[in-house]
Ligand binder design. Structure first.
Ligand SMILES: Nc1ncnc2c1ncn2[C@@H]1O[C@H](COP(=O)(O)OP(=O)(O)OP(=O)(O)O)[C@@H](O)[C@H]1O
Ligand SMILES: [Mg+2]
Length: 580
């Protein structure tokens, strides 16, 4: 995170320096009107003689106003350019980081939390940077320039006297700010919980409606909202206390200036014009001092958000293996899995136990098994979504860890069990945003995936925008749209993980025929719980509790009279009863 921020700051170095220079000029110009007004007051004692001088002062005041507005426009533009630029840079780097993170690390972060990194934390860093750049530099410049002008141009003792309440205000601020920080942290955590809850509720809206739980959800939401409100209220109470204290200190400042200043006038040490100028200078401190609490709390908020983002940047990314030394773009697709054992990080039970498989180019491997037996895990390892132990999975005789990850994934088309669809056009969903494919090729792939007619019936064909996560499509349509990706991508190794479950037998039979045609010179892996989906495979393995318990062709497995035969019997009976 440090590098991301520093890189961004370096990028806008020139603009940041110019911004600081123009803010300095701005503050210097602000000290001129009190001097001019003070002068004018003194000149008023002899109006007839000083008419021209008063008029000149008025023209100078007008000119100062114009210059002030011009300079303000410049530093405001620089500020927006830098702050929005830093926000954009962090957003892009953060998104890139999420894309590179190891799958298990992403799975450990809840969706709502990911959203709050982008929406809340990046925004806090933007707002904090803006406050430091503008408020911070204005506070520093005001204290240096205005105190110098007050002490040099009016009276040093009067200056020291009015600075006392300001120092007291700073002390009080430091004391109260601690409570603001603690409560702000609490409020931020509550807000994250609330956004996670909103995300989860919108994701599960269908289930909620189906079980009529809207009332309970609303009650729960109101309760959580109340907690967020209470936490924010506490933060506001302390913030208000801070600003009230600074306002009281200011009142005392003006009182000292008037009482002590009048005495100095009566003693002939300063003129009335000087006293007016001095009060004008005090006015310059009003905004900067009032900004101090906000600046402190914003800097603290920035630090908290910085730490949260830093934790994301510290999470482990998918490693580019040092041994990824194989220089090839194309794999043939001969897969050998030898004595593979695997457990998910932090879990003792094996998800895969001593797996041995061999599949050659042109062959189809069917995998059938009980729920949770490790089918998807095996495919996650074949695509290196998790770290694979060395020497256990070989493709074309090479260890999978030595094949560059992008080469491996370019050569595999993995239609996953969740068949995720993006809320965009069907065309982009099938081509996965790659522009190299012609419309005809995409249409052809939809025909092979038997979803062409469904798409033709949609209002804009391939250009139809589908709802979030494919919400407008039926389960079967979603699966076939996802399967179209395999016909389009035309990879060496094709994996279909439970992608026919929502299809009727006739459609899945036709589809599997098309897949067999496509995969004649490829390696194809079909995972399913239905015997009818895997029965034509050259080799079928049966998984149960992380182990291969049977393997062979459909006929061999039927003759074994084991688990596979049981599946077959149960499913045949079910079909017969449905037909009856
Ligand atoms: N990310 C994960 N972290 C921890 N354990 C996991 C993870 N994913 C799966 N598992 C566990 O690993 C085992 C195998 O899961 P897997 O998803 O591979 O089964 P499956 O055979 O594909 O099941 P299904 O038929 O339901 O798709 C299960 O016990 C599951 O709970
Ligand atoms: Mg699975």
């Amino acid at each position: 995170m440090k590098k991301v921020l520093l890189d961004s700051i370096k990028k806008y170095k020139l603009q940041i320096i110019l911004h600081a220079i123009f803010i300095g000029l701005n503050i210097y110009i602000l000290t001129i009107p009190p001097q001019l007004i003070g002068n004018m007051i003194d000149l008023l004692y002899n109006l007839e003689e000083n008419k021209q001088a008063i008029l000149n002062n008025t023209y100078q005041l007008l000119a100062i106003c114009v210059i002030f507005l011009f300079i303000r426009l410049i530093w405001k533009s620089l500020e927006t350019y830098v702050v929005r630029g830093i926000e954009k840079d962090i957003n892009i780097k953060l998104f890139q980081r999420f894309l590179k993170l190891k799958l298990q690390n992403i799975q450990n972060i809840k969706n709502g939390e990911i959203m709050s990194y982008f929406v809340k934390d990046v925004n806090e860093i933007r707002a904090g940077t803006y406050r430091i750049m503008t408020y911070g530099s204005r506070i520093v410049y005001t204290f240096i320039i205005a105190i110098y002008q007050m002490a040099r141009g009016v009276n040093i003792n009067l200056t020291i006297a009015v600075m006392v309440p300001i120092v007291v205000a700073a002390y009080i601020i430091v004391k109260i700010k601690k409570y603001v920080e603690i409560n702000f942290k609490k409020a931020q955590n509550k807000f994250t919980e609330l956004s996670e809850y909103i995300q989860e509720s919108t994701d599960s809206i269908r289930t909620t409606k189906a079980y009529s739980c809207e009332g309970e959800q609303l009650k729960d939401f109101i309760r959580k909202n109340r907690i967020v409100r209470q936490s924010n209220n506490t933060v506001d109470v302390f913030s208000n206390l801070l600003s009230t204290c600074t306002k009281i200190c200011f009142g005392i400042c003006y009182a000292i200036s008037l009482i002590y200043g009048s005495k100095l006038v009566l003693d002939g040490k300063i003129t009335i014009g000087d006293l007016v100028t001095f009060n004008g200078y005090i006015g310059l401190f009003v905004n900067p001092v009032n900004w101090i609490p906000d600046l402190i709390s914003r800097v603290k908020r920035l630090q908290i958000s910085y730490k949260r983002l830093d934790e994301v940047f510290k999470l482990e990314v998918e490693k580019v293996n040092v041994k990824e030394n194989i220089k090839t773009d194309k794999l043939n697709g001969n897969i050998v899995i030898k004595n593979l054992n695997f457990s998910y990080p932090g879990i003792i039970d094996k998800a895969l136990d001593n797996i041995n498989i061999e599949v050659k180019v042109g062959q189809t491997l069917g995998i059938i098994g009980t729920i949770g037996s490790g089918k998807t895990t095996l495919m996650n390892l074949l695509t290196r979504l998790y770290n694979v132990p060395y020497g256990k999975i070989l493709i074309d005789g090479k260890d999978i860890n030595e094949i560059p990850i992008e080469v491996l994934r370019n050569n595999i088309c993995y239609i996953t069990q969740d068949n995720f669809l993006f809320s965009t056009t069907l065309k982009d969903n099938i081509s996965l945003f790659k522009e190299e494919y012609e419309d005809e090729e995409i249409t052809e792939s939809t025909k092979k995936a038997i979803v062409y007619d469904d798409i033709q019936n949609m209002p804009n064909g391939l250009q139809t925008v589908i709802g979030e996560r494919g919400g407008d499509l039926s389960g079967g349509q979603k699966q076939r749209v996802a399967i179209s990706r395999a016909f389009l991508k035309n990879s060496t190794i094709l994996i279909f993980d439970d992608t026919f479950s929502a299809l009727d037998n006739k459609t899945s039979e036709k589809l599997i025929n098309n897949i067999r045609e496509l995969s004649q010179e490829k390696t194809c892996i079909i995972i399913s719980n239905k015997v009818s989906d895997v029965k034509y495979s050259d080799k079928i393995i049966v998984l149960d509790e992380a182990k291969i318990v049977e393997q062979g062709t459909h006929e061999e497995l039927i003759n074994k009279n084991g688990i596979y035969y049981e599946f077959y019997e149960q499913q045949s009976k079910k079909e017969e009863s449905m037909l009856a």
